[in-house]
Design a protein around this ligand. Structure first.
Ligand code: JF5
Length: 237
């Protein structure tokens, strides 16, 4: 999978070098390229924002640098219908005004060939950038949750990690992907390791019993109980 990131803070993405995703990049499974939006400016102050038409607080990201970077990433313009196809890039703009990102979104996006994350700052990006990007690929505005960040970088990083680990070959053991939280709509069961007794806290007897059926039943009960207590919204749907 190829992932391009467009940002005015490319250093945010240095951490992608480490950990599992870093290894996947080394192995050629993930091809991540980070682009500094300011490299597509041509004034001496490398300006990426301007005041909003119609007035109001804050600044808006100018369209011209975005247009240049989109051209550089997506290549020469194609026929309008080609932008909607699966092999055209999928542009993702992290935004609190977008559709909600879930594990199901991560699964869906992990099947894509080419993702482009556009990280906005200030009060947002000139709306015409989304229209232009949609002539070169599909466009989705995606929200991590109902809170506001200073820019799209942290949201993009979280999405890249959630998506990247589902790309075949990135996580060593595919079984560890199946049994995890949110894949079956329930929270994870509690986990324990040695020692069986630690500072007066004991591992539940059932886990030491060697009775696989009872262990599975106990774990499922724990999942349901925790989900009811912590995330009743998950049980509702
Ligand atoms: C952002 C303009 C993007 O705040 C977010 C966000 C929250 N959930 N998901 C994303 O994005 C930052 C700020 C201003 C565009």
């Amino acid at each position: 999978m190829r992932i391009d990131v467009v940002t005015i803070f490319p250093a945010f993405f240095d951490v992608l070098e480490v950990s599992l995703l870093g290894k996947a990049r080394g192995a050629g499974i993930l091809d991540v390229r980070v682009h500094d939006l300011r490299d597509a400016t041509h004034d001496r102050h490398r300006t990426v924002d301007d005041t909003p038409y119609g007035g109001g607080a804050g600044m808006v990201m100018k369209p011209e640098p975005w247009g240049e970077v989109i051209d550089a990433i997506a290549g020469p313009a194609t026929e309008p219908q080609d932008a909607a196809t699966d092999d055209a890039p999928l542009f993702i703009f992290p935004s609190p005004a977008g559709e909600r990102f879930t594990q199901a979104t991560a699964r869906e996006l992990a099947t894509e060939q080419h993702l482009v994350f556009g990280c906005g700052r200030y009060e947002g990006i000139d709306e015409r950038v989304f229209a232009y990007a949609s002539t070169r690929g599909r466009v989705r505005l995606i929200s991590l949750g109902d809170y506001v960040l200073n820019g799209g970088e942290v949201a993009a990083m979280a999405m890249i990690e959630a998506i990247g680990r589902l790309v075949p070959g990135v996580v060593g053991n595919p079984e560890s992907l199946v049994e995890e939280s949110h894949e079956d709509g329930l929270l994870e069961y509690p986990s324990y390791t040695k020692p069986a007794s630690w500072r007066g806290y004991d591992v539940p007897d059932v886990l030491l019993s060697g009775h696989h059926g009872k262990v599975a039943q106990w774990r499922h009960d724990q999942q349901v109980q925790r989900t009811r207590e912590r995330r009743p919204d998950l049980l509702a749907d």
